[in-house]
Design a protein around this ligand. Structure first.
Ligand SMILES: [Zn+2]
Length: 273
């Protein structure tokens, strides 16, 4: 795995300009990422299940031209592959528990090796590291540049998870929840419009078996317990960017770009170059 990460590091660079002065919804712990020389994108996305980090990481991945590596996807692929780990994984996921470090590292390592063969440069990691131990392993083999921590209040997260629907025909994701959460503890209220399916998908929607309130709450409890030390680990390194999502994608995406000091048009050109 070390060799794979080093290979990823040594390839092409993309110019980045970070700024610690950011939108009101985000706070940074240090001024560490002021403008410097060009470098790779080696970012980690943190955020509890259902916060939407996959969506934002995926959009940024397209914008910046680096792969979005989601350990959740790696787990689901393995689950549906009837591979050696799939039965064990099925039991863990159905109980709402987190997959062990060993299994995740095994899957991630396979994914990075495949990426290496395809000449990938840099990465956005989504769902990894989940524990301090994983973060330490990652630190031994690569320089994580930035850790984006996406946040939503727990009530909003639960509502959002329970509204998730998938179309059994086209496999697209929708959300039937219409969220209007009052602001509390000084943060503004949050509104999220549902993402409704087109007519041809309406009768084919299903809910993932692990999107029940009991499983979602258990998932959040376990996540919070483990994530706080990971957040602290990166906070102490000055790499943690806290981002309170102001709403759904239409509200949050422009704010996130602003905080990351990215220009959508400009990045598309440089990623294509
Ligand atoms: Zn469909």
């Amino acid at each position: 795995m070390a060799a794979v990460f080093r290979l990823l590091k040594s390839t092409t660079t993309i110019s980045r300009r970070f700024s610690s002065t950011s939108a009101s919804s985000a706070t940074t712990t240090t001024n560490k990422w002021s403008p410097r020389q060009p470098r790779n994108i080696q970012w980690v996305f943190l955020g509890c299940p259902g916060v939407g980090k996959g969506t934002y990481a995926s959009r940024l991945s397209a914008l910046l031209g680096v792969p979005h590596i989601a350990t959740g996807d790696l787990v689901r692929e393995e689950l549906s592959s009837a591979g050696p780990l799939s039965k064990q994984l099925g039991e863990i996921v159905n109980q709402g528990k987190l997959v062990s470090d060993e299994i995740i590292i095994n899957l991630l390592s396979k994914r990075l090796e495949a990426g290496e063969a395809n000449g990938e440069a840099g990465f956005l990691l989504d769902g990894f590291p989940r524990t301090v131990r994983q973060a330490e392993i990652l630190d031994d083999v690569t320089d994580i540049e930035l850790v984006v921590n996406l946040k939503l209040p727990e009530g909003v997260l639960i509502e959002k998870c329970l509204g998730r629907r998938i179309c059994s025909q086209c496999n697209k994701n929708f959300n039937v929840a219409s969220i209007n959460a009052q602001g509390e503890n000084g943060r503004p209220s949050i509104s999220m419009a549902p993402l409704l399916p087109p007519p041809q998908c309406v009768t084919k929607l299903y809910t993932r078996s692990d999107d029940t309130e009991i499983v979602v709450k258990e998932r959040l409890r376990i996540y919070n317990e483990k994530s706080q030390p990971v957040e602290e680990f990166y906070r102490s390194q000055g790499k943690l960017l806290e981002f309170d999502l102001p709403g759904g994608i239409p509200e949050s995406w422009p704010k996130l770009l602003e905080v990351l000091n990215l220009d959508e048009q400009e990045e598309k050109q440089s990623a294509a170059a």
